[in-house]
Design a protein around this ligand. Sequence first.
Ligand SMILES: Nc1nc2c(c(=O)[nH]1)N[C@H]1C(S)=C(S)[C@@H](COP(=O)(O)O)O[C@H]1N2
Ligand SMILES: [Mo]
Length: 197
Amino acid sequence: MVEDVTDLYREFGENRLPPGQRQTDRFPVLSKSGTPDYNPADWRFEVYGAVDEQLTYDLESFAALPHVRQRQDFHCVTGWSRLDCEFAGVPFVEIADRAGVDADAEHVLFHALDGYTTDLPLSACRREEVLFADGLDGEDLPADHGGPVRVVTPHKYAYKGAKWVTGVEFRTEPQRGYWEKRGYSETANPWNEERYS
Ligand SMILES: Nc1nc2c(c(=O)[nH]1)N[C@H]1C(S)=C(S)[C@@H](COP(=O)(O)O)O[C@H]1N2
Ligand SMILES: [Mo]
């Protein structure tokens, strides 16, 4: 079953397409330094920081986690939106609950193979539509779009969704990520056009 979460915009604004965005049928590829190489046998996904139990998955154990499928929209801060992406993935809350997040954790810093980082408040991650996605439109997630696993954050501009994610660090304090350090908004709500800080 594919769950449709494309109506989440109602929580934030009147229109499904956020202000200043234009719809594209393509799915452009954006990255700071290209698609990184990795060896599938060495790939690890680690959950650490302010948690009861650190977790480590390899590709096989990650694939065995409970997955959901969702229809979501995707909004890039540079102005394009791709509607109705069908992502498959493991919900953020599934991972957080398995690790047992400390009561004083308030932020999440995502780490990626290319050295990219991005930060979100824990409350912004504990939402059903935040997924560690490994599938797109019925196929494995393509490497250019962040495969084997990326984060998707349809309630935020897409730079909040780390491609090639390898680490999830729970923190008591925020830490600005790659684009946040370079002037992009820490909150990144597309319906408020929170593009820059
Ligand atoms: N690891 C990593 N994740 C990243 C980026 C990046 O450079 N490296 N770019 C971000 C930006 S700015 C956007 S718009 C989306 C683009 O995702 P796409 O290439 O699948 O369209 O990935 C985000 N996640
Ligand atoms: Mo972006």
